[in-house]
Design a protein around this ligand. Structure first.
Ligand code: AMP
Length: 217
């Protein structure tokens, strides 16, 4: 089964994709994670990616599409995948269709997490992750059980994303509305889109998403 998780920055698509991966055994293909890893490389390509991400801009379609396609080639055809952060442009959506049909398969469902703009900045500015295991938290909405200690691995070191600042978030949001949101009708026209209220609690959203997956499995 192939699922796309769509939503503005801060809509919770990363968190919910991770949960679905754990619940149903999907592999989570996060293009943001792929690029963050690339950006740690001390070569010209790594530095270029880092610069684009820090500015809240999008990496060129052909670069990200090739990276995703290479990663897919190394994944078994029977493996269920959840795409988190891809596609982000109509060109990427069209390229994904081509990749899928070459693979002899197709996108089964697209899930849009719908959130209020005002909530996004608060959500993004409060989020942080464990440096050791990558578990995600939020200063207000998803605190660690013991202050300053990771629930998953007991580490005491945390980090914030470099692009989670007010200026970059505004640029990322602008791009979402201008470039990414047209994808929503691309998929709703095909009758494979589900829209979930992303303003609900994390567990309530998870339950709704689990329902959608079970219904379509
Ligand atoms: P994310 O973790 O999904 O919020 O992505 C973080 C950043 O990575 C974005 O702001 C973009 O700079 C870059 N990025 C992630 N996915 C894509 C994509 N599909 N196309 C272009 N740029 C991307």
């Amino acid at each position: 089964m192939y699922i796309i998780m769509l939503g503005a920055p801060g809509s919770g698509k990363g968190t919910q994709s991770k949960r679905l991966a754990e619940e149903f055994g999907f592999i989570q293909f996060s293009t943001g994670d792929m690029l963050r890893e690339e950006a740690t490389q001390e070569d010209e390509f790594g530095r270029e990616i880092k610069k684009i991400m820090a500015a809240g801009q999008l990496v060129p379609d052909e670069v990200i599409t090739r990276a995703l396609s290479n990663k897919l080639d190394k994944t078994k055809r029977t493996q269920s995948i959840i795409f988190d952060g891809f596609p982000r442009t109509i060109e990427q959506a069209e390229a994904l269709d081509v990749i899928m049909s070459k693979r002899g398969t197709k996108i089964d469902r697209v899930i849009e997490l719908d959130v209020d703009d005002d909530a996004i900045v608060e959500r993004i500015s409060g989020r942080f992750t464990c440096t050791e295991c990558g578990a995600g938290y939020h200063e207000k909405f998803q605190k660690t059980k013991v202050p300053g200690v990771c629930d998953s691995c007991n580490s005491v070191t945390f980090e914030k994303r470099e692009d989670d600042n007010a200026v970059t978030v505004r640029e990322r949001l602008k791009l979402f509305y201008e470039v990414t949101s047209p994808i929503i009708s691309y998929y709703s026209d095909r009758g494979i889109l589900d829209t979930v209220n992303g303003m609900l609690g994390i567990d309530t959203i998870s339950n709704e998403l689990n329902e959608i997956i079970r219904k379509n499995a």
